[in-house]
Design a protein around this ligand. Structure first.
Ligand SMILES: [Zn+2]
Length: 99
């Protein structure tokens, strides 16, 4: 019906900008820059089930690396009401995942 299939999404591993430990996997709709990661588009994370129970930005802690504690992102609410992590410059890196 003209809607983009999810298979066309770009999938990235988002890792710590300091120690390169992968923090979560993200399905992105386009190949452009990564300013924010919507919680609903995160596909793999150790704490994903917990995040999905959160109802507001106030519930979210900052996103720190699970290994070295480096600050990677802060919670935000996008203009359409979706919860997201605002990714910090230098806080993270990303690597495209095949398939
Ligand atoms: Zn780290």
């Amino acid at each position: 019906m003209g809607k983009k299939k999810s298979s066309s999404a770009f999938t990235y591993d988002i890792y710590c900008g300091q120690c390169q430990t992968v923090r979560f996997r993200y399905a992105k709709g386009s190949s452009g820059g990564l300013l924010r990661c919507f919680i609903g588009n995160i596909t793999v994370a150790p704490d994903l089930e917990l995040w999905r129970t959160y109802k507001s930005k106030a519930d979210f802690p900052n996103l720190n690396c699970s290994k070295c504690g480096h600050l990677m992102a802060v919670p935000m609410v996008y203009k359409d009401g979706r919860l997201a992590f605002r990714m910090l410059n230098g806080g993270f890196g990303r690597k495209k995942v095949k398939g």
